[in-house]
Design a protein around this ligand. Structure first.
Ligand code: NCD
Ligand code: ZN
Length: 363
């Protein structure tokens, strides 16, 4: 092995470049339930040590009991070869009690709360209709230092879908930050230069996650030669200038930005239809996708901070000890992955990626 630089990019005797980094965590994932959970859980557990699990099941996870039971189902779905820790979240509703949230956090059942504005996205009909309805909960969360994870889009149908994130900042988020100055907030799956700027200018208790797909394509990809439902997710991908701002933020080295795949599997029949579901299934090649972006940006030296350090530091959790190997070699992404007697089309389906997750490194 010859060290090529002072970080962790090496070239082996066959001339293959590899990057060794601390094992990453996924700070935003949809693992679903039932047969879908069984089909997808190992893809996340294969690469990530921990994951913040979204609570938007058909019956949302709003209680400690529901989260405990869901966590057990996740652990049962993960193969014993992986050591994986699901971190559970509580779905905020208009009527949720601050006590449930506080007890859930202090007992270690909930790691964070998730705010879905009502009807913003998949399974969000029980979400919050007016932010003021959860002010007592936010007050408790601020006091106990429990993170609030925000799906940052207004739901007003009058607002252009491409503007819903920027309008959310002005109408809601800015006020929450002012009213609860100490509250830890993760602005989830950000998609705009406006969000990057907001987070950059906010105090250290405000951070953001960025998905692999928002780093990789802009809204043109949804309409390239026809309508492409597998590129549709929420918040919807924006114009190129926004993608460039996200790439800059992710690779900047700023501790405010970290990895959250927002992997959101839907069976192919519910994507390729007249009213298709929102969500990309990117878990199977998540680290390969991020490595591609960081390599293209000449920022592989920033990947470890983004994927494996900034998240745990924000959540005040220990860094993972294990190291993973990412190798600059081709991997072929299948057209479809079996699930629920059908299949899910993964991100990059049928294409080749230039980076491969090559397992763990033993020092
Ligand atoms: C997510 C889903 O399907 O659960 N979909 C998506 O497009 N990201 C929900 C969400 O995070 O918005
Ligand atoms: Zn999501």
């Amino acid at each position: 092995m010859t060290e090529e630089s002072d970080f962790n990019l090496e070239t082996d005797s066959a001339g293959t470049q590899r990057v060794i980094i601390r094992q990453p965590d996924d700070w935003h994932v949809h693992l679903r339930d039932g047969e879908m959970l069984k089909a997808v859980a190992d893809f996340t557990a294969r690469q990530f040590s921990r994951a913040i699990v979204m609570p938007n099941l058909a019956a949302p996870v709003t209680t400690m009991d529901a989260a405990t039971a869901y966590r057990e189902r996740i652990l049962a779905a993960v193969s014993s070869e992986h050591r994986f820790q699901p971190l559970m979240t509580c779905y905020l509703t208009d009527s949720i009690s601050p006590d449930e949230v506080e007890q859930g956090f202090s007992s270690g059942i909930f790691t964070a709360c998730k705010l879905y504005p009502a009807n913003a996205t998949t399974n969000s009909s029980h979400g919050v209709t007016d932010i003021k309805n959860i002010y007592p909960v936010l007050r408790a969360m601020e006091r106990i230092k429990m993170p609030l994870l925000v799906h940052g889009e207004v739901t007003d149908s009058e607002i252009d879908i491409f503007d819903r994130e920027a309008v959310f900042i002005d109408r809601i988020l800015q006020h929450v930050v002012t009213d609860f100055p100490e509250l830890k907030i993760v602005f989830e799956h950000i998609t705009t230069a406006d969000a990057v700027q907001f987070v950059d200018n906010a105090p250290d208790n405000i951070a953001a996650t960025i998905t692999p797909h928002h780093l990789e394509f802009s809204r043109n990809a949804m309409f390239e030669g026809g309508i492409r439902p597998h590129y549709y997710c929420l918040p919807v991908v924006k114009r190129e200038t926004h993608r460039l701002a996200l790439r800059k933020a992710a690779t900047s080295g700023s501790s405010k930005f970290f990895l959250g795949t927002d992997s959101a599997p839907h069976v192919v029949e519910t994507k390729e239809t007249s009213c298709g579901c929102a969500g990309l299934f990117n878990a199977p090649f998540a680290m390969e996708s991020y490595a591609k972006t960081f390599d293209e940006e000449g920022a592989l030296d920033k990947l470890e901070a983004f994927a494996s350090e900034n998240g745990p530091r924000f959540y005040e959790l220990p860094l993972n000890e294990k190291r993973i190997i990412l190798e600059k070699s081709e991997v072929e992404v299948p057209e479809i992955i079996s699930a629920e007697n059908s299949g899910v089309v993964p991100f990059h389906a049928g294409r080749k990626l230039g980076w491969t997750f090559a397992g763990f490194h033993n020092d």
